[in-house]
Ligand binder design. Structure first.
Ligand code: TYM
Length: 332
């Protein structure tokens, strides 16, 4: 079976609809045909300040949400990044073949460091994409299912893999990115030209997987739309309505054209009501299952620990290959 790798940061109490549509939905499907490796990337999370107790809790919560959303821990390998030492080890090696200018061009770094003030951003935030490349390359992943915002990092991963291979001989699989058109970018409900994001200035445009259904419904009902009355898909002129139509379509499995017909002559309130129903219908069981899993953290920890052993087997073999190619002296 070809392998896939993907991951999410445990940097909030809950995942949001963007994570769910952009990544988790694809993951759930792909685990049927791929040897799937899913990671909770806690090493990435600490590139911005984290509270230690909260980080530990959010790591469990993220893993619980993967499972609750349908990632099968028997079928897939679901583990925590800091449990496998090969990740930072390979990242160090890749650091040495990454150009300073190349890393400086990463737009996520530019955005995030601008937010923090360039001088207080950590060096870890700067090298973040190189650690991400290590994550992927350690597992010989052929495909990386993500949302649009990760495209540039996967491009860098491909460049680094190719560069290493040509310098030291064939070592890494060069992975393909997989981004689905419909779910590539889910937008903030209050600011429908910006992506839905954990770090949004206001919480009111972000739909959290673990929120109370009534809260989620309320947020959808106050989503920003436009001054027209017509319900049709037009990303440029009608960003808010188009986002709502996309969310409905992806979660209900109905085409946008079909929805446009259904809502012809109806008001934005009707559309919002329908979207609220679809979203809370989807989130409800996931929320319940996640809370159940979190009620037994010891079992969750055991499961993660077993998966880390399997992940480490694959990762350590790749790292050994890399160390050999580079010319490190084997430990006798
Ligand atoms: P993170 O934790 O920011 O996001 C996790 C996944 O959710 C997707 N996503 C979205 N998709 C559509 N619309 C949105 N509004 C939206 N917001 C987030 C992201 O594209 C991502 O797929 N750097 C990664 C984590 C990572 C990783 C990896 C991913 C570390 N190593 C190796 C893949 C492979 C990140 O910050 O994702």
């Amino acid at each position: 079976q070809p392998r896939l790798f993907s991951g999410m940061q445990p940097s909030a109490d809950s995942l949001h609809l963007g994570n769910y549509m952009g990544a988790l939905l694809q993951w759930r499907q792909m685990q049927e045909t791929y040897d799937a490796v899913f990671c909770v990337v806690d090493l990435h999370a600490i590139t911005v300040p984290q509270d230690p107790a909260l980080l530990r809790e959010q790591t469990r919560r993220t893993a619980a949400q993967y499972i609750a959303a349908g990632i099968d821990p028997e079928k897939s390998t679901l583990f925590v990044q800091s449990h496998v030492a090969a990740h930072p080890q390979l990242a160090w090696v890749l650091n040495t073949i990454t150009g300073f200018g190349e890393a400086s061009r990463m737009t996520q770094f530019k955005d995030k460091s601008a937010k923090q003030g360039a001088d207080s951003a950590s060096v870890g935030l700067f090298t973040y994409p190189i650690l991400q490349a290590a994550d992927i390359l350690l597992y010989d992943a052929t495909v990386v299912p993500v949302g649009e915002d990760q495209r540039q990092h996967i491009e860098l991963t491909r460049d680094l893999a190719g560069r290493f291979n040509s310098r030291f001989g064939d070592t890494f699989v060069v992975p393909e990115v997989q981004i689905l058109k419909e779910t590539a970018k889910v937008y903030d409900l209050q600011e429908p030209t910006a992506k839905m994001s954990k770090s949004a200035a206001s919480d009111s445009g972000v739909l959290w997987l673990l929120d109370e259904p009534s809260r989620t419904a309320k947020k959808i009902k106050s989503a920003v739309t436009d001054a027209e009355r017509e319900i049709r898909f037009d990303r440029e002129a009608k960003a808010g309505v188009s986002n709502l139509l996309t969310i409905h379509s992806v979660l209900s499995g109905r085409s946008i054209a079909d929805l446009e017909v259904e809502f012809e002559g109806k008001g934005y309130g009707d559309l919002k009501g329908a979207v609220a129903e679809v979203v809370t219908g989807e989130f409800g069981p996931i929320r319940e299952r996640a809370l159940e899993l979190l009620a037994d953290p010891a079992e969750l920890d055991r499961l993660l620990s077993r998966a880390a052993d399997r992940a480490a087997e694959i990762a350590d073999a790749t790292l050994a290959r890399v160390y050999d190619r580079i010319g490190f002296l084997p430990k006798a």
